[in-house]
Each structure stands twice: as C-alpha cells, then as structure tokens.
Design a binder for this molecule. Sequence first.
Ligand code: RFL
Ligand code: PHB
Length: 397
Amino acid sequence: MRTQVGIVGAGPAGLMLSHLLHLQGIDSIVLESRTRKEIEETIRAGVLEQGTVDLMNATGVGERMMAQAQFHHGIELRFNGRGHRIDMHQLTGGKNVTVYPQHEVIKDLVRARLEAGGEILFNVGQVSLHDVDTLSPKIRFRQDQDGELQEITCDFIAGCDGFHGPSRPAIPRSVRTEYDSLLPFGWLGILIEAPPSTPELIYTNHDRGFALVSTRSPQIQRLYLQVDRQDDIAHWPDDRIWSELHARLETSDNWKLIEGPIIQKGIVAMRSFVCDPMQYGRLFLAGDAAHIVPPTGAKGLNLAVADVAVLARALTEFYADGDTTRMQQYSSICLRRVWKAERFSWYMTSMLHRHSHHSAFERNIQLAELDYVTSSLAASTSLAENYVGLPMEWEPR
Ligand code: RFL
Ligand code: PHB
C-alpha cells in the first residue's frame, strides 16, 4: 500500500488532519487500533474553543454541532460559598464557550471522511513505524489485530496516536526532551441522567477540594470531583459521590444541585507533559502524542486541532510547490502555543485544586488569586482570552 500521509490514530487530531488534507487534494490513510463503535462512544472532552468551532464550520463538518451544541457566554468560578461569573463573550469581543462532546466531533469527522471515500482502517494491531528519517517512511500493522503483516509506504507520517501510542517513541530518545509533571490528584468523572443545575459551567474551589459542574445535553450532565491520583473508583459508591458534590458546591444562597441516576463513572489521573521537538525526519507528532494538559483549562482536544491546522498547512505548501519552510517550523510554531496552553492549564489547576501540602499562607494566596481574577477587569480578561482559546494558525491575528 502507498499513501501521501500515513496517519496513526483516529482521535480528533488524526481525523481532523485527514479531513483537512482531503480538502487540499492530499491522500491519507488513518490507522486506528480500536473499533469505530469504541471511538464513537468513549466519553472524554466537552468544551470546544472558538477556533475549533470556526474550523469545523469553515471545513463543512459543523452542521450537527451548530444544531446540538450549547453555546455558553460565560463560566462561574465558585469559592467561599459564592459564585462569580466570568463573562467570556463580553471580555473576548463575542467569543463563546461551546459545549459539544468529543465523541460527537469524532462521529462528525468519521462520517465526513467515509462519505468522501477516505480510508480509515479500524481495529488494527501491532502498529510500528520505520525509516522515519528517510524520504519514504513506512507503517507496518496487522488488520483485525492479528491478521497478516501489512506495510504502507508514505511520504510523511503523522503520529496522532495519543499519549501511549508508538509514534513518540519512534523519535530517538537522544533527540527528544520530555518535560513531565505528574499532579498528585485525579478527577473522578460521572455522567448522570438529569436536567442541568446551572446554565453555565461551574468551577469550584472548596476546602474539601475542586469540583466541576459541566453538561452534555438537556438530559445528561457531566460532573467531576478532585480525588487522590491513587484513589480507586471502588471507594466511591454513588451516595459518597453525591454527598461530596453537595458539600463542595454548597452556596450561601441555597443553590441546588439536581441529582439523577449515575450512568457512568471513572477516575483519570492528571499530568502536564511536553515533547520537544514534535518532529523528526518525516514523522510529525500532533495532539496528545506530543503533549498533555490537565483538563482544568479544557484545552487538550483544542490543542490537537491547533497542531493539525499547522501541519495541514505545512503539507499543503509542500505539495503545492515543494516549499518546506513551514514544515521545518512545525515544531516551533506548535510549541509556542502548546506552552501557553500548558501555562494556562497549570494556572487554572493550581488556582482551583486543594493541595494537601499547602500551608495556611498558600491557601490564602489561592483565595486571593480567585478574588483578584473575579474582581479585576484586567485579570478576568486574561483568563477569558485563554479559556476561549488563543488564535490558531489558520486564523487572522
Ligand atoms: P486521542 O483522542 O487519544 O486519540 C488517539 C487515537 O489513537 C489511537 N491509538 C492507536 N491507533 C493505532 N495504533 C496504535 N498503536 C494506537 N495507540 C493509540 C487511540 O485508540 C485513539 O483513538 O488523541 P488526540 O487525537 O491527540 O486528541 C486529544 C484529546 O482526545 C484529549 O486531549 C482530550 O480528550 C483532553 N480533554 C479535554 N480537552 C478539551 O479540549 N476540552 C475538554 O473539555 C477536555 N476535557 C479531556 C477532558 C480529557 C479527559 N480525560 C479522559 C483525560 C476531560 C477528561 C476527563
Ligand atoms: C467536560 O465537560 O468534560 C469538561 C468541561 C470543562 C473542563 C474539563 C472537562 O475544564
């Protein structure tokens, strides 16, 4: 088999890249280790930046999103039993917080690719990358996990296979620097069947720890609790989850959290991670394969989309007239934005989570930060600008 761009991973990065390349007349084959059903049902991110929404609309995959997403104008930061609204719409000159689940983005992109005759090979196994520092890198894999060994010869390989995929290790250890910081906590996430308790997302800092009230649809809500990173979901029966959520979200004005049956629960660990460079020879990393942010800033999916917007443009320029300038700059263009998203996610995480090692002094600094960011126009404008998303490569600056 042969293709112009071999793409490992059908997450937001891999699928969006394949879609953007197709619009420029560039061929790709996407290899995915899970089934279509699995990738279309995995619950992950919920919030899209304005740039992600604009890119989906501009490239013809935004129709269902525009019909089903919720467009919020702000978020609430809650501490000391009181809510404080950050009006994102006003502070950013009209940008929104769009709540549209990641698996719906995946469904839209898979459908667009398949309808356009695109090739996505699901359920492949033993994917390995070869000759990435030559002009014809190769991907080997087995169809249906254990079928015959097959090989795709490519012009370029895009490693869009998430944090644990084989692409990043294909860059020699001596060439890459990894910046890694494991956080001491995780998030326990639940999906419930209930109407929303609030019109906008609530991020709460409480003495007992962080909590987040998000949403998925008028019937399904998404909530998170800060827990210890080693914690086991078996320690969290439903009534313990509810009593902890009520305690952390309590306000002095009797706001009520609406309960409903818990239909899914799990704990995810949190980390910050950056791989530099994001390119080696003809292998380009994009999305979680190259960097991870803690979810507090709602940045992961959006960073993945921002990376592939840069990569699609670089590849388009190469195939148009052999210009490799942007391809050579891929890593540095992406990493500038990545580090700013790392900084923002780190800032939101440190401001909102309860740290067991914190002294009373540090706790008061945290509360002063929250007071400042919710009362100063300059500080809340900065938070809003980062939350709705810094400009992406394809946007005018
Ligand atoms: P993905 O989505 O992990 O996709 C990688 C794909 O590669 C496949 N794969 C392989 N395929 C073939 N061969 C192999 N050997 C392979 N190994 C792996 C995988 O099966 C998978 O399909 O990476 P991508 O495309 O870079 O996208 C990144 C995002 O998924 C991630 O950053 C976000 O989910 C992070 N995130 C959030 N991001 C946001 O922008 N907004 C949010 O509100 C938000 N909330 C979240 C989040 C992540 C969370 N978790 C579960 C960590 C909330 C949570 C709880
Ligand atoms: C979500 O709805 O899954 C979500 C929302 C906001 C975040 C993280 C996750 O910061």
